[in-house]
Design a protein around this ligand. Structure first.
Ligand SMILES: [Zn+2]
Length: 499
């Protein structure tokens, strides 16, 4: 009896969605790097008892992650990259690596550098050598540059937005890698068909809850199920960074190179043909229009997405423009309704309000420390009604005559009912709930009696033409006249071992 030794698979990466239209920066510390065992413990499938735990010798190197924000300063990126490469050098010195999971989002940005993920993949490849198989499970709002497509052997992405399949996708990337490593050397690499499609769309127009994304994404598992195909994906891409790589990408990988290329081309053409059908996931308007609709509506809770500064898309999070409008609204005051506003981050303000304590009347000047382009800091005067410290944050609620303002030390998303109820706020019985968010995450979506998306200013402005991209490929839909464009003109087939 001989037993095959387990494959050695390293796990590393930097996962961030970074707007280059925001003055915010994301430092190495803000990416909270995990190291060694911690990297593995972050995902259930390869930690102890998980479905893949015993299928490989998993080696955690370094994984850094943040919700979304501004670009990473060059020195901070260099430091994280050096630590990843150093960890890989040490791992390779013990024994060669058979595989590597590059855990990335795909929309990271580094100040002064294009294509962060491509740069990292090439550097990693240099250390692990040509025989090691690389796999990535990405966010569909990430970008797949030609370099990344060429360097990583197995690429897959989420198939839903909101991303209810995020964990499944990360597991699929790892499971596909383990499966390919079980094949004999020389037969492990699939062919990859990569088709960049000249489309730039915000996530708020491409939710898989609605057409045409629903039916386009329904095609993905059908293609995956074909003989000779391993995986397929549609990356919508990230519109809030101005780099040459930013656009949609369709990829199909499999041992049947010809079929992979044909299917990728067909899917890319379908995406292109339906480009005009993408619309916002909710009715939209200026903030004044949206607030007028909310105050006039008999329905509650009425949700308003303050979309231009959505921190989970890359907004700085401390844009004050919408809060200032809300606090000053005479229509809101006259309607007798009240609103919850989540949220405005301001470290000094949160500490001051917490120190004053529950029951104290405070007058604070908040926000616009990072992004003051749309509006200056906002005055908030009211009673402190909640102070909730946590391990990495401090949340305070200040009650003004018309608004319960959620104030935090650090920017954070408000996606769950518990995010509100923890603070003593009941969003279900509120008249109006204004959240820095794009499309509503599932719990809020289910709770909303009605919902509008306000086209507010900030680093992730939904009005892409207003942003003024300079460096993306042209012509690009919807920035340019694209009549006569061949959507698959940029298609490339990277041959696999069996091609
Ligand atoms: Zn995403």
């Amino acid at each position: 009896m001989t037993s095959t030794p387990l494959p050695r698979i390293a796990v590393c990466g930097i996962s961030l969605e970074a707007s280059t239209f925001s003055p915010a920066l994301t430092t190495a510390a803000m990416l909270s790097p995990k190291r060694g065992r911690e990297v593995l413990d972050a995902w259930p499938f390869w930690s102890t008892g998980g479905s893949l735990a015993d299928r490989a010798e998993w080696i955690g190197i370094l994984q850094a992650r943040n919700i979304a924000g501004g670009a990473i300063p060059a020195d901070d990126y260099a430091q994280l990259k050096a630590e990843i490469l150093g960890g890989l050098v040490a791992a390779v010195a013990e024994a060669p690596l058979d595989g590597l999971v590059l855990d990335i989002h795909g929309a990271g940005s580094v100040v002064g550098l294009d294509d962060m993920e491509g740069d990292l993949a090439v550097a990693v490849r240099d250390v692990v050598g040509p025989d090691c198989l690389l796999s990535s499970g990405m966010d569909l709002h990430g970008n797949v540059s030609r370099t990344l497509a060429e360097t990583v052997d197995l690429l897959t992405t989420y198939r839903t937005a909101p991303h209810v399949d995020w964990q499944e996708t990360k597991e699929r990337a790892a499971a596909n890698l383990v499966a390919r490593l079980a094949l004999p050397a020389g037969r492990r690499r699939p062919a990859k068909a990569w088709v960049p499609v000249p489309i730039l769309l915000p996530g708020e127009m491409t939710s898989t809850r609605q057409e045409p994304a629903t039916s386009l994404y329904a095609r993905v598992p059908e293609i995956e199920a074909l003989d000779g195909i391993l995986d397929a994906g549609i990356w919508i891409g990230y519109p809030w960074a101005d780099e040459p790589r930013n656009c949609a990408v369709v990829m199909v990988v499999g041992d049947d190179a010809e079929l992979a290329m044909a299917e990728a081309g067909d899917l890319a053409r379908e995406l292109w043909e339906r480009r005009e059908d993408f619309g916002f996931v909710a009715p939209t308007g200026s903030f004044a229009e949206v607030l007028a609709a909310a105050t006039a509506s008999p329905l509650r809770p009425y949700f308003i997405s303050d979309s231009g500064d959505n921190p989970t898309a890359g907004g700085a999070g401390d844009v004050t423009w919408t809060l200032a409008e809300l606090l000053a609204s005479e229509d809101l005051a006259a309607s007798g309704k009240r609103a919850i506003y989540a949220s405005i981050p301001d470290s000094m303000g949160a500490l001051a309000a917490a120190e004053a304590g529950v029951g104290a009347d405070v007058r604070l000047t908040l926000g616009a420390r990072v992004d003051d382009r749309p509006a200056p800091p906002v005055e908030v005067a009211g009673e402190v009604v909640a102070v909730v410290p946590s391990e990495d944050n401090l949340e305070v609620v200040v009650r003004t005559p018309t608004v319960d303002v959620v104030l935090t030390r650090r920017r954070r998303p408000y996606h769950l009912e518990a995010d509100f109820t923890r603070l003593g706020l009941d969003p279900r019985s509120a008249d109006i709930v204004v959240v820095k968010i794009g499309y509503l995450e599932p719990e809020l979506f289910d709770m909303a009696a009605d919902w509008m998306l306000a086209l507010t200013p900030g680093g992730v402005d939904q009005d892409l033409v207003r942003l003024g991209h300079q460096r993306v490929q042209r012509p690009m839909f919807p920035l340019d006249d694209v009549s006569g464009v061949d959507p698959v003109a940029g298609a490339v087939l990277f041959p696999g071992d069996t091609a």
